[in-house]
Design a protein around this ligand. Structure first.
Ligand code: CP
Length: 321
């Protein structure tokens, strides 16, 4: 295979222009689901899950098929990887057969190790640290509903809730890449790590964006173009609900909080959602909520990302035409 081997392990693996190129492709797939079929043959893409999934599983499975390819979906319980076979050995095997590897797993170091040993693109389908595919879909949703891909730079986005989780990290980095004004709010003890904030600030400065990390939910929401939240407990942390409910309550996205944002502000949630906890039913089922467009956009954004990594970056520029 000629061309450049690129991976999508965290949101800042692509730069501003590359993010725009992928999102423009995503818009084309939104308009025509069969716009390009770079995996015709079919090429296989291995899609591995160490954690449960509805949206990621369906969007990658259907997405690979719509690109003309074959999605090889493997669960933890059905693989040797799940029984402790080294990541490096799994990478060496899959790379001989598949054109790309998509993996939902635990620590970020696992996808990094997969990428070190694979000679095909590796895509992070959620780790404990980042969820870059979700945020590409979220930005595609803003582009779809608020002026297109070129109107993303300069928009203000606010994420409220567990600001130490993978979604907060991804909004910080991807928003900085996009040149957005990114605000992240959560209680003390649940704020992003300093190294992520420093990376986001450096990237934001380059792209005329800005970063605000705060414990004040109203400061974060004021005048925002889009409000995001996520479950207060990530996968595997369910026993923490009793501890977190009280400190997280001020960060609940409810009607009063939405009124602080722009009158035409969008509400997004990566799902699954817990009504009455991180978001009220009145907001997620209300007129400003675009969560079903957001979920659908996982399909279009990931098809664009796969086309870009497996096709464009590996030498087929015609896929952009
Ligand atoms: N948002 C998201 O990743 O959903 P799933 O866990 O259902 O894949």
């Amino acid at each position: 295979m000629t061309g450049q081997l690129r991976h999508m392990l965290r949101d800042d693996d692509i730069d501003h222009d590359e993010q725009l190129e992928i999102l423009r492709l995503g818009m084309k797939f939104r308009e025509n689901r069969f716009y390009k079929r770079p995996f015709e043959g079919p090429k296989a893409v291995a899609v591995l899950f160490d954690k449960p999934s509805t949206r990621t599983r369906s969007s990658f499975s259907i997405g690979v098929a719509e690109l003309g390819g074959y999605p090889l979906v493997i669960d933890k319980s059905g693989s040797q990887l799940g029984r402790g076979e080294p990541v490096a050995d799994t990478a060496r095997v899959l790379t001989r057969m598949a054109s790309g590897i998509v993996w939902r797993t635990f620590g970020q170091e696992r996808v990094e190790q997969m990428a070190r040993y694979a000679t095909v693109p590796v895509i992070n389908a959620l780790t404990d640290e980042f969820h870059p595919c979700q945020v590409l879909a979220d930005f595609l949703t803003i582009a779809q509903l608020r002026g297109g891909v070129d109107a993303l730079a300069g928009k203000t986005i606010a994420y409220l809730g567990d600001a130490s989780n993978n979604m907060a990290n991804s909004y910080l980095l991807a928003g900085a890449v996009a040149g957005m004004h990114v605000r992240v709010a959560g209680p003390n003890g649940y704020l992003p790590k300093d190294d992520i904030v420093a990376d986001a600030q450096r990237i934001a400065q380059r792209n005329a964006g800005s970063i605000l990390v705060t414990t004040d939910p109203e400061q974060a929401a004021a005048g925002a173009d889009c409000i995001f939240t996520d479950t207060w407990v990530s996968m595997g942390e369910e026993s923490e609900y009793a501890i977190r409910s009280k400190p997280f309550q001020p960060y609940q996205v409810n009607d009063a909080l939405m009124r602080l944002a722009r009158p035409d502000a969008l509400f997004q949630h990566c799902l699954p959602a817990y009504r009455g906890k991180e978001v009220t039913a009145s907001v997620i089922d209300g007129p400003q909520s675009v969560v079903w467009d957001e979920a659908e956009n996982r399909l279009h954004a990931q098809k664009a990302l796969m086309t870009w990594l497996v096709g464009v970056q590996r030498g087929d520029q015609d896929l952009l035409a």
